[in-house]
Design a protein around this ligand. Structure first.
Ligand code: PLP
Length: 367
C-alpha cells in the first residue's frame, strides 16, 4: 500500500515566506517587512468592523454586493465586472486557475511578486521568468518569452520587491504586442502610492480589452491586511470565470463592512500617501548619501524601498539585516528571491525611519 501522493507541481512549490514580526530571541520588533500601513487603519473602518460583531452567526454576503458597488462607485467602473477575493492573492490564483493548467506557461519578471510563481505551479502551469532591466520590468524581455503556450502574464505595478514603476506607454505597448489570447494581469497593490495624477492606464485598457485584468487590495494603503480583502476588474467573461472558482464566502462580513468604510475615508488615504511621499523621499536621500559605502536605492513608486548593498568584506546586506533586527527592526532580506545583496524596507513611522537610518549609517561606517 502506498500513501496518497501530492501532485509533483504542488511539491515543487516553495512555501510563501511572510515578513518577520519577531527577532531571533522571539522579542517583538518593529515590522518594516510586510509593507503595512504605519498609520494603522482608518478609524471609520475600525468602527464598521466592530459594528459587524453583533451578527457573527450569519454567513457573509457571498456576492459582496455592497462592497463591489462601493468599489465601482469609487473607481467609476461597473460593479458587475468586479470580483472580490480573500486578499488580492486569491484573485491572482483565480486568474491563474481560470486560464492556465498543465502544459501552459505563465510569465512574470525576475524579482517579481513571489505569489506569481506559487499561483502558476499550483495549477500545474509552468512558470517562465523574464529577465529584469536594472530591477525594473522589461517589456521586451517579457515579449521575448511569449510563445503558443503562454496564457497569463503577471506584472505588479509598482513592482514588489523592487518598487519600480512601469509607465502607461510601456503597459500599453506590452498589451498591444501580446496575442489576444494571453491575459495580462496588472497587479496594482501599490497603485495608491504613485504620484497624484499618474496612472498606468490599466483600468482604461481593462474597460474594453478582454485580455486585460487589474487587481487591487485593501491590505496596503487602506491598512486592512488582517482582514484579507482584494478585488479584480476585467471583462464580464473573466469575472464570470473567477466567480465560478472563488471560495463561496471568501470575504468576511466584518471585512466587507470595514472595506466599504475604508473606501469612504479618503482623508486617511490622502494622509497615508502624503506620509509615504515625504518619508520615502527623506529615506532615499539618506541612503543615497551612503553611496561611497556601496549603498544604493532602486527608484520606488511604492511604500517601500529596495536598498542595494554592495558586499564589502563583512559589510553585507545579510549583516545589515541582522544589525537592524538586533536593534529591533525587521526588514526583508531577499536571498530566496535572488536578491542576496538587497534589503526591502517598508516606509514606517518617522521615528522608525530615523532609527533605521541611524543604524545603517553606523553600519556603513559613516558616523
Ligand atoms: C501585498 C501585495 C499583494 C496583496 O496582497 P493581499 O494582502 O493578498 O491583497 C498583491 N500583490 C503584490 C505585488 C503585493 O505586494
Amino acid at each position: 500500500m502506498t500513501a496518497p501522493v501530492p501532485k509533483p507541481w504542488i511539491m515543487a512549490i516553495a512555501p510563501y515566506q511572510p515578513g518577520r514580526a519577531t527577532g531571533d530571541d522571539g522579542r517583538r520588533v518593529v515590522k518594516l517587512s510586510s509593507n503595512e500601513n504605519p498609520l494603522g487603519t482608518s478609524a471609520a473602518a475600525v468602527v464598521a468592523f466592530e459594528a459587524a460583531s453583533g451578527s457573527l452567526e450569519h454567513y457573509p454576503d457571498a456576492g459582496a454586493t455592497a462592497l463591489r458597488e462601493a468599489i465601482a462607485a469609487a473607481h467609476g467602473i461597473d460593479a458587475a465586472r468586479v470580483v472580490h477575493g480573500t486578499g488580492s492573492d486569491e484573485v491572482l490564483h483565480l486568474i491563474a486557475g481560470a486560464y492556465a493548467g498543465p502544459g501552459d506557461e505563465i510569465i512574470y519578471v525576475r524579482y517579481g511578486f513571489s505569489v506569481y510563481e506559487i499561483a502558476a505551479r499550483r495549477v500545474g502551469a509552468t512558470p517562465v521568468v523574464a529577465p529584469d532591466r536594472d530591477c525594473a520590468t522589461d517589456v521586451d524581455a517579457i515579449l521575448s518569452c511569449v510563445n503558443e503556450r503562454t496564457r497569463v502574464v503577471f506584472v505588479a505595478n509598482p513592482n514588489n520587491p523592487t518598487g519600480t514603476y512601469t509607465r502607461a506607454e510601456e503597459v500599453a505597448r506590452l498589451h498591444a504586442a501580446l496575442p489576444p489570447s494571453v491575459m495580462l494581469v496588472i497587479d496594482q497593490a501599490y497603485a495608491e502610492y504613485i504620484d497624484a495624477g499618474d496612472d498606468d492606464g490599466a483600468f482604461a485598457l481593462a474597460h474594453d480589452q478582454p485580455n486585460m485584468f487589474v487587481t487591487r487590495t485593501f491590505s496596503k494603503i487602506h491598512g486592512l491586511a488582517a482582514e484579507r480583502i482584494g478585488w479584480g476588474y476585467g471583462s464580464a467573461a473573466a469575472i464570470d470565470a473567477c466567480h465560478r472558482i472563488r471560495a463561496p464566502f471568501n470575504v468576511t462580513s466584518a471585512g466587507q463592512a470595514a472595506a466599504i468604510a475604508a473606501l469612504g475615508d479618503t482623508g486617511f488615504v490622502a494622509r497615508s500617501r502624503e506620509h509615504n511621499r515625504v518619508w520615502r523621499a527623506w529615506f532615499v536621500e539618506q541612503i543615497e548619501a551612503l553611496g561611497n559605502a556601496g549603498f544604493r536605492c532602486v527608484p520606488s513608486g511604492a511604500n517601500f524601498v529596495l536598498v542595494l548593498i554592495e558586499p564589502r568584506g563583512e559589510r553585507t546586506a545579510e549583516a545589515a539585516y541582522k544589525r537592524l533586527l538586533a536593534a529591533g527592526y525587521a526588514v526583508r532580506w531577499l536571498p530566496n528571491q535572488g536578491l542576496p545583496d538587497a534589503l526591502r524596507i517598508t516606509i514606517g513611522r518617522k521615528e522608525d525611519m530615523r532609527a533605521v537610518v541611524r543604524e545603517l549609517r553606523s553600519f556603513a561606517g559613516a558616523d
